[in-house]
Design a protein around this ligand. Sequence first.
Ligand code: SF4
Ligand code: SF4
Length: 94
Amino acid sequence: MQKTKKHPIRQTDEIGRRKKRMGQVIVIEDRCKGCSFCIANCPRQVLRLSSAFNKKGYHPPEVVDITRCVNCHFCEILCPEFAIYSVECDDFGE
Ligand code: SF4
Ligand code: SF4
C-alpha cells in the first residue's frame, strides 16, 4: 500500500512570528435563499442578515467583522445553496 507523505503546517513566518489562522468569507448573494443557517451556526459571529434584498427577494448574510473569521468552513459546509465560502488569509501578528 502506498503511504501518504505528511507535510507539517508552517506555524511561523520567515522571521519567527506566530501565524494566526484567519479567513475571508465570500457570499454569492444572488444564490442565497436567506435561511440563516450560516449566521446561526458561525462559531465566531462573523455574519448577520443584511437589510438588502438579492434578486430572488431574500436577505443574504453580510459580514459584521471579517477579522473574527477563522476559516473553519462551517458556513460553507452548511449552506444548502452553495452561496458562501471561506478562503485562508495569512496574518502574522503578536
Ligand atoms: S468560515 Fe467559520 S468563522 Fe468564518 S464565517 Fe464561516 S463559519 Fe464563521
Ligand atoms: S446558509 Fe446559504 S442560503 Fe442560507 S442564509 Fe447562509 S448563504 Fe444564504
